[in-house]
Design a protein around this ligand. Structure first.
Ligand SMILES: Cc1cc2nc3c(=O)[nH]c(=O)nc-3n(C[C@H](O)[C@H](O)[C@H](O)COP(=O)(O)OP(=O)(O)OC[C@H]3O[C@@H](n4cnc5c(N)ncnc54)[C@H](O)[C@@H]3O)c2cc1C
Length: 466
């Protein structure tokens, strides 16, 4: 397999395929709006969409630092699935039933995104094959079974546990000993979705200014180098880039995730792999991978790589480290040995937002009119849609146009968490955590025992994860 001709960066392969969208005009000067949304990713654009649909006369302005879809929304693995960061913690804080309601809302969110994409004629290569998670060591199998039971307890009774032989009937992964499949997932093309959304909200009458970085958000103000937008509601939808805003350095940690994509694979390779169901694919390693079979028959596979850059820095237009490209390529070939001769066309990275307690949240502060949503960790493709509908309901409630709804009563609404530690502790902590996860994965593979390696448990405690 060759990486000599691999393009590294360029934001993401999805844009090499689709082309970057034509730029929209920056903010021309001071302006006012009913709602100002900072960040043109899924969170910001879905929020604009639902607000405008609910109240067509609302004057909504989206301010985007680069272009809509520049962030994780244009770079991700295309898993539209029902996972939400923090569900276990929300069960502890608000009770099991509240967390089940959150889970059910997430299940419905997958349907909602598929529905709206069809209704708005957004062709995002959506294929509803479900989510397949595989185990390839005894310890992973034990975790897979435990995970399967937990998901069932949260209401996913339509989940299917499969042994090695049944798994191989779906997809042939070297050493796979079992899998868990959920119908609540779909594969999509991230950039097509975010571009389609931006075009849709613009056509509805939402104003989008690109190349307009917001430097500071304060009550009723979004400040940019070109002018200030004044609005009763200002919503921060900047996820992994949040640390770049004044006063937000330690709010959400920008965690890296990196991906590679193969050339389109020939039929003879697919004959050895299977994967006709085009399920989104993940594993049960501590430093887990995620993958999809693209519409044009490539494999796109991602993982953590270098987890975090010192001082909450973000990447340079998606460039990733050569060592990460090699590690992902090795993983791909370990999973699917017949891809060994295939070209890796593109590699890239992006940032996702991680709160100190690893719990996604959606918040509207009614005293200031400031709102935000995010901290999705690695599960934002669907979650951003639920957050957006919730922000719509919170704003409608606050402005007296509607009362509380099922969405405003979900346990992740208005959740508060402490900030991350200052440097160098932040960097040391995250790097130690991932070093421990990787060591635990190696030990579980080298000397298979049934239990999770203690190093991984220690890393969970260090991270403050539940
Ligand atoms: C490589 C990778 C793979 C992933 N794979 C998956 C997956 O398969 N499934 C899944 O569920 N999740 C996945 N995620 C996470 C998911 O993509 C994100 O959670 C989701 O896209 C977040 O959307 P968002 O709109 O909140 O943030 P973003 O998409 O990051 O959008 C934020 C936007 O705000 C803009 N911005 C930032 N700062 C400012 C500012 N100061 N002023 C104005 N604009 C600003 C940015 O340019 C950006 O466009 C992945 C993430 C990455 C990085």
């Amino acid at each position: 397999m060759s990486t000599v001709s691999t393009v590294n960066g360029g934001i993401a392969f999805w844009y090499a395929q689709e082309g970057t969208p034509a730029p929209r005009e920056p903010l021309p000067g001071d302006a006012s709006a009913d709602v100002c949304i900072v960040g043109g990713g899924y969170t910001g654009l879905w929020t604009a969409y639902y607000l405008k649909k609910a109240v067509p006369f609302l004057n909504i302005t989206v301010l985007e630092a680069k272009f809509c879809g520049y962030g994780a929304s244009g770079r991700n693995g295309g898993w539209l699935y029902n996972g939400i960061a923090g569900r276990g913690r929300y069960a502890e804080l608000h009770g099991h039933d509240a967390a089940v309601r959150l889970q059910q809302a997430m299940n419905g969110t997958v349907d909602e995104v598929v529905r709206v994409a069809a209704e708005e004629h957004i062709d995002a290569d959506i294929h509803r094959g479900g989510v397949l998670e595989v185990a390839y060591t005894p310890a992973q199998l034990a975790r897979l079974k435990a995970f399967h039971s937990v998901e069932t307890a949260f209401g996913e009774t339509d989940r299917v546990l499969r042994g090695a032989r049944e798994t191989a009937e779906r997809i042939r992964i070297t050493g796979a000993v079992g899998s868990s499949w959920s119908p609540h997932g779909a594969r999509l093309h991230p950039a097509k979705l975010v571009k389609g959304l931006a075009d849709t909200v613009e056509a509805l009458g939402v104003t989008i200014h690109e190349s307009t970085p917001v430097t500071e958000i304060r009550p009723k103000h979004a400040v940019t180098p070109y002018g200030t937008v004044r609005a009763p509601y200002v919503l921060r939808c900047t996820e992994g880039f949040t640390a770049g805003l004044k006063g937000q350095k330690r709010t959400w940690l920008p965690m890296n995730s990196s991906m590679i994509v193969t050339e389109p694979l020939p039929e003879r390779v697919w004959d050895t792999i299977g994967w006709e169901g085009r399920e989104t694919l993940g594993d049960m390693a501590h430093a887990y991978m995620y993958a999809q079979r693209t519409a044009d028959d490539r494999i796109a596979i991602g993982g953590r790589g270098v987890p975090y850059r010192f001082g909450s820095a973000t990447d340079n237009d998606g460039r990733t480290q050569p060592a990460t490209i090699e590690a992902l390529r090795d993983l791909l070939v370990r999973f699917f040995p017949t891809t060994a001769g295939s070209r890796i066309d593109h590699a890239w990275s992006g940032v996702l937002g991680v709160p100190r307690d690893w719990c996604a949240t959606v918040t509207l502060d009614r005293t200031t009119g400031l709102g935000w949503a995010g901290g999705y960790v690695g599960s934002g493709v669907a979650t951003a849609n639920l957050a957006a509908r919730t922000l719509r309901d919170l704003i409608q409630q606050d402005s007296g146009q509607a009362g509380p709804t099922d969405l405003t009563a979900l346990p992740w609404v208005n959740h508060k968490v402490r900030r991350w530690e200052p440097e160098p502790f932040r960097w040391l902590g995250v790097h130690a955590m991932y070093a421990a996860y990787r060591a635990a994965d190696r030990r579980e593979t080298a000397s298979p025992g049934l239990g999770t390696d203690p190093l991984a448990k220690a890393a969970d405690r260090l991270a403050g994860r539940h």
